[in-house]
Write a protein of this length. Structure first.
Length: 259
């Protein structure tokens, strides 16, 4: 008989299967058929050549040895800390994110059309999605899947398209309820061009008044339709870059009441 790990949350015990991960990250790969935003150059893998050495087994080298060119905020799934909007270079994701496992709630919400033609995810709609679930406890992390859940999100080029974004009242509400990690399948919580206001970023991190140093935003995820809304264990995996953001690999594990 298989025994799954259990842990307490909101007055109940939950279990999860560590052998059943749900990867909600988008991969980093070279070429034009990869998700891209904010006019970032495509990911590049360059073969290293030094003297007679070539870092490619296919080209006769002894090993594969490559340099990677990537822009975390513009290429693939990435996680960022409040250093993203701070002038202090010592505020890095590697220093801010010190835990990596969290209870998360996945909700699916359709953005609301605005008078100016924008599509915005509204606080009221997210609150309604919370109320529709049996367990309404506010978790440590919120995973947002926008509807319709077009598979083209996996490789869409968002630059210059004014993508869907988040109502600042929503990130303010998340901060008020101490939701430390916000994950979404959009390029940004803010409008693509907003004259540098970044209202949703500032509201979530409460910057500069009272910065939430442990809080993170993860953008450009993709949650397949087969994954139902509900509670999950979230594992946020990052690289140890001393930078405000990192390519990341968020992974979900379905939570079930322990028996």
């Amino acid at each position: 008989m298989v025994t799954y790990p259990t842990f307490p949350y909101a007055g109940r015990s939950y279990s999860y299967d560590p052998a059943a991960p749900i990867d909600i990250s988008l991969p980093l790969a070279p070429g034009a058929n990869q998700v891209n935003c904010f006019w970032a150059e495509p990911v590049q893998f360059d073969t290293i050549r030094v003297g007679s050495f070539v870092g490619s087994v296919a080209l006769g080298g002894s090993t594969n040895y490559q340099r990677v060119h990537v822009t975390p905020h513009g290429n693939g799934t990435h996680t960022e800390c409040y250093g993203h909007i701070s002038p202090d270079p010592t505020i890095t994701l590697n220093q801010c994110l010190r835990r990596f496992l969290f209870v998360a709630r996945l909700v699916s919400v359709a953005p609301a059309p605005q008078a100016n033609g924008d599509l915005v995810v509204m606080l009221a709609d997210v609150q309604a999605a919370f109320m529709a679930q049996p367990d309404r406890a506010i978790p440590e992390a919120l995973v947002l899947r926008t509807l319709p859940n077009d598979p083209a999100k996996r490789h869409r080029h968002y630059s210059g398209t004014n993508p869907t974004y988040i109502e600042p009242a929503l990130t303010e509400w998340l901060a008020e309820y101490n939701v430390e990690h916000f994950l979404l399948d959009l390029p940004s919580v803010d409008r693509e061009e907003d004259a540098g206001q970044l209202l949703a970023h500032h509201a979530f991190w409460r910057y500069p008044a009272a910065p939430r140093a442990c809080a993170t935003i993860t953008e450009l995820i993709f949650v397949p339709d087969a994954v139902p809304d509900g509670l999950y264990l979230l594992n946020i995996q990052i690289t140890s870059l001393e930078l405000d953001a990192s390519p990341s690999k968020p992974v979900l594990y379905k939570l079930l009441p322990a028996v």
